[in-house]
Write a protein that binds this ligand. Structure first.
Ligand SMILES: [Zn+2]
Ligand SMILES: [Zn+2]
Length: 347
């Protein structure tokens, strides 16, 4: 099969590799769509060393952790999936044995692996991906496969919202109108109705949010204006957005950091202490979060298509990485589709 191999030091190559054997409980999925995530782009461009750090001498990494596809081969001991089933892939593989996994917090398992984030667990920039059956979530009958590939990033925001746990009459501020912010805002809307505001400086992204029915504003109109929200989710995590989020919630307000801009940013201590602000970090999502988001996507309550701004096959995928890396393109989501003809037929 063909796959896109990352070798470190900004080197991507399309390679022909053997399909790995299936262990008991594992499934081979024919990839339909894999979202290009900024974490992959930043790893590739050298903005951070998260991807290079995991690649050993002579190894390469198949990235891509936002995957949908069709079940194409079943390993032994699987009785709950059929060939041809359309699925979204939860890429977080917990050990299944530790206290965090037992509590349903696989995202915090210290032995977790993530598909697409280490050479031993190849991801979805390939024709096929292998995952445990328990990490595959069948899509609803009418859910386009492309939309299935959005489940993972939307889930990152939805998990942050679950940690914030707003009441049904609370107001929610979401800072950042990328896909994680969109995931947080849509999850918020399911809880609090239209008392959700998304802050996003890029006008085109505000338009996409509005196409999804979300209220938006430029951050400069809201942060520092005195406007107050019961809960704020900072999906940008720059110093100014974090401080803005802290000042936008009332006494005992809740701020959730969903994302990392830099390893360290300043904390406005007087505000936090004097106002007893509660600050949470949010990382990834649990299997239960994933199921919730796939169920909601399957309800077809909302057409999520505006999020997908570009599609690329093997011929354009490296150029797409370069475009994101040099800033010349910035779609909310570009989907990699290894079988473009079939992708079209399956819409
Ligand atoms: Zn991602
Ligand atoms: Zn574990």
């Amino acid at each position: 099969m063909r796959s896109l191999a990352y070798k470190g030091n900004r080197e991507l190559a399309i390679e022909e590799v053997a399909e790995p054997p299936l262990a008991s409980g594992e499934v081979r999925v024919r990839v339909h769509s894999t979202g290009l995530c900024k974490s992959d782009v930043y790893g590739y461009s050298g903005l951070n060393d998260r991807r290079d750090a995991v690649i050993g001498e002579g190894e390469s990494l198949v990235m891509g952790h936002e995957v949908s596809g069709f079940v194409s081969e079943l390993g032994a001991n699987i009785d709950n999936l059929e060939l041809g089933t359309a699925v979204a892939v939860n890429p977080i593989l917990g050990c299944g044995e530790c206290r965090y996994c037992a509590a349903g917090d696989e995202n915090l398992c210290s032995k977790r692996a993530v598909l697409g984030c280490a050479p031993a667990t190849p991801g979805g920039y390939a024709e096929m991906i292998v995952a445990p059956a328990s990490n595959l979530f069948p899509l609803g009958q009418d859910t386009p496969l492309e939309i299935g590939a959005l489940a993972e990033p939307l889930c990152v925001g939805a998990h942050g919202l679950r940690l914030a746990d707003p009441g049904s009459t609370d107001s929610v501020l979401v800072i950042g109108g990328g896909i994680v912010g969109i995931g947080a805002a849509l999850a918020a809307r399911r809880r609090v109705g239209d008392r959700v505001l998304v802050l996003e400086p890029i006008a085109e992204r505000r338009v996409i949010c509005e196409q999804l029915g979300l209220k938006t504003a430029d951050p400069s109109e809201v942060l520092g204006s005195g406007a107050q929200f019961d809960v704020a989710l900072d999906c940008v995590a720059r110093p100014e957005t974090f401080a803005g989020a802290i000042r936008a919630v009332p006494l005992k307000g809740i701020v959730v950091l969903v994302g990392i801009w830099e390893d360290e940013i300043p904390l406005p201590v007087s505000d936090v202490v004097g106002r007893e602000t509660r600050i949470y970090g949010s990382y990834g999502y649990s299997s239960a979060d994933f199921q919730d988001v796939v169920d909601w996507i399957g309800s077809n309550e909302l057409d999520l298509a505006p999020i997908i701004e570009r599609r690329v096959g093997f011929d354009e995928v490296i150029a797409a990485f370069d475009g994101y890396a040099d800033g010349s393109v910035n779609p909310v989501r570009t989907l990699f589709q290894p079988f473009p003809e079939k992708a079209e037929a399956a819409q």
